[in-house]
Design a protein around this ligand. Structure first.
Ligand SMILES: [Cu+2]
Length: 166
């Protein structure tokens, strides 16, 4: 009885192993999109409730150039309005403000738009963001120009694109 259980546990571990290996690989940020001196990776959005008015968007941007660039606007056909926001905590109060001047990407640096901080905010959603689908988002940079990313829709509480299928 005990031996059988032990063997079953071992078999389970062996079966689990490929999953663990995959999950580990999932920690990389996925494919990179290059535009000008910028590299964008790890883009994602999160599933919304059916009647949610807003959705977020997240991506990591690296500037390999020698001059600063600036993310000036974001848009998607899936929403009426796209804005750049920052989120900060003022004591217990979460504050969100529109970055009307855009987001500067300094030379040689990486700026991460992530839950709880800088983010893209889409308002007036034309439909729910459904996990497993993707949302086309166009980012416009002052110098590098315009690039469209297909952001995978992850779970509603996703912090990073860790379980993305490549
Ligand atoms: Cu926001």
């Amino acid at each position: 009885m005990f031996r059988a259980l032990f063997r079953a546990a071992l078999a389970a571990i062996v079966l689990l192993y490929p999953t663990l290996a995959l999950a580990h690989e999932g920690h990389d940020l996925g494919p990179t999109t290059a535009i000008g001196t910028l590299e964008l990776r790890g883009g994602f959005t999160r599933a919304t409730l059916p009647n949610a008015p807003v959705g977020g968007g997240f991506v990591t941007i690296t500037n390999n150039g020698a001059t600063p660039d600036r993310l000036v606007s974001v848009s998607t056909p899936a929403a009426e309005v796209g804005q750049l926001h920052d989120m900060t905590m003022d004591g217990d109060v979460m504050k969100m403000r529109a970055m009307t001047e855009g987001v500067v990407i300094p030379p040689g640096q990486t700026v991460t738009l992530a839950p709880g901080g800088l983010h893209m905010m889409f308002m007036g959603l034309k439909g729910a963001f459904v996990e497993g689908q993707s949302v086309a988002v166009t980012l416009t940079f002052e110098r590098a120009g315009t690039v469209t990313l297909d952001l995978p829709v992850l779970g509603a509480a996703a912090d990073a694109p860790m379980h993305m299928d490549h």
